[in-house]
Design a protein around this ligand. Structure first.
Ligand code: FDA
Length: 391
């Protein structure tokens, strides 16, 4: 049995950040992961370039049962601090859009940076270790297929349930449950939405069509691209709204933001009465979508023969299309898990469990889920930093 000051379960974004800080504070840290390599989700993130933070990070861009919980950690480890680390390692980066910062080169640079910082603090990282048991008696004892380890502090950092193919498991959730911590309901988020019936019939042939739009649900509104897929809708605006969506609830799409679609269709009718509706619509929307909407919503006649009322009605629909998804593409396609370990059980300063001395939970396993665009990594860094300063 080898003893450490802290054992971190999960060598992902949050776990590595926690280990590097604790190690650099002089703690003897062990990080255990069942995957062959550390940071596997970082490696595939941002299309291989890792959208490692967002300069617009504010607590309002995170979903949680307690929207105040993330404030403390986010304010004590900011995007500017992570960026300073990136620059210290001479990693070239760029802002893509909406405050999203990416590596110019490869996500591998972020993983290498974190590993180098862990090494500088003397943290030991062991991958390819299957955790077989975790028990608590005078500290924590972790059993693995490569031996047993003990420490007075244990950090749960095995992430969420998304992409099980990549090795995502519910280990942190299971252990939290075992140690008596409450959980909030979990579900896939930042995930494509599926449709059925007539709506799917309309959407399926449009697979690949993308356009700028605004997706709305309640008070949430995301002006970004929408993409039609063979199962329904995806694209950044849809991924964003999926985190707010619950079964049976319609979302609203504005396919022509800032335009008066009804007026434009009426103007087209006056200017070119013999034109077909799909031609007029194709001046506003991608051609395949225009064709499909014209076929579905306007009778098969020239513009002059359409009533003004029908044109206005279609115009209004294009600005506020009510759509009820049948479901999501699930954890197989979700970028993150919504919900997790209830923040009421944790200190927002240190991520320590209030009722289990030495136990900490960080990253996606906690009920804090960011918007698309680098927010989830920023939460992983910030919560990892907070716990790394406490263990
Ligand atoms: P993370 O998943 O990073 O790490 C958990 C670690 O625990 C893994 O190394 C895993 O192998 C290990 N583990 C799991 N179960 C275990 C077990 N039973 N035993 C031992 N080890 C175990 N976010 C963002 O901000 N910008 C982006 O560009 C992207 N892009 C992106 C793309 C894709 C395809 C996905 C799926 C996700 C993203 N994300 C993202 C989200 C981001 O990857 C995610 O929120 C963070 O990685 C969460 O960090 P954690 O450290 O909590 O978990």
């Amino acid at each position: 049995m080898r003893n450490f000051d802290a054992i971190v379960l999960g060598a992902g974004a949050a776990g590595l950040m926690c280990a590097l800080r604790a190690g650099q504070r002089g703690r003897r840290v062990l990080v255990l992961d069942h995957a062959r390599q550390a940071g596997s989700k970082i490696l595939i993130s941002g299309g291989g370039r890792c959208n490692f933070t967002n300069t617009g990070t504010v607590p309002g861009r995170f979903f949680s049962n307690n929207p105040h919980f993330a404030k403390s950690a986010l304010s004590r480890y900011t995007p500017a601090e992570f960026l300073a680390l990136v620059e210290k390692h001479r990693i070239a980066w760029h802002e893509k859009t909406l405050g999203q910062l990416f590596c110019d080169g490869s996500a591998r640079q972020i993983v290498d940076m974190l590993l180098a910082e862990c090494m500088a603090g003397g943290a030991e990282i062991r991958t390819g270790h299957r955790i077989t048991d975790v028990s608590r008696a005078d500290g924590f004892r972790v059993s693995s297929d490569h031996g047993e380890f003990s420490a007075p502090a244990l950090v749960l950092a095995t992430g969420g349930l998304s992409i099980p193919k990549m090795g995502a498991t519910g280990l942190s959730l299971d252990l939290a449950r075992r140690f008596g911590l409450p959980l909030t309901e979990t579900r896939p988020a930042l995930v494509p939405l599926t449709f059925s019936g007539e709506m799917l019939e309309l959407m399926r042939p449009l697979s690949g069509v993308s356009l700028p739009a605004v997706a709305r649900l309640g008070k949430q509104a995301f002006p970004e691209a929408v993409l039609f897929t063979h199962r329904g809708l995806s694209g950044p605006a849809i991924l964003q709204i999926s985190s707010a969506w619950t079964e049976g609830v319609p979302l609203r799409l504005d396919l022509l933001p800032d335009r008066d679609a009804g007026m434009e269709l009426l103007a087209a009718k006056r200017a070119r009465p013999r034109a077909e509706p799909r031609t007029a619509l194709a001046e506003l929307l991608p051609q395949r979508l225009a064709q499909s909407l014209a076929a579905s919503f306007l009778p098969d006649r020239i513009l002059a023969e359409q009533t003004d009322k029908d044109l206005r009605r279609l115009g209004a629909m294009l600005r506020d299309w009510n759509l009820t998804p049948s479901g999501t593409e699930g954890y197989a396609k979700a970028e993150v898990m919504l919900g997790g370990i209830d923040t009421t059980a944790l200190s927002s300063q240190s991520m320590a469990a209030r009722t289990v001395p030495g136990l900490h939970v960080i990253g996606e396993a906690v009920d804090v889920t960011g918007w698309l665009g680098g927010y989830n990594f920023q939460w992983a860094w910030a919560s990892g930093w907070a716990a790394g300063g406490s263990v």
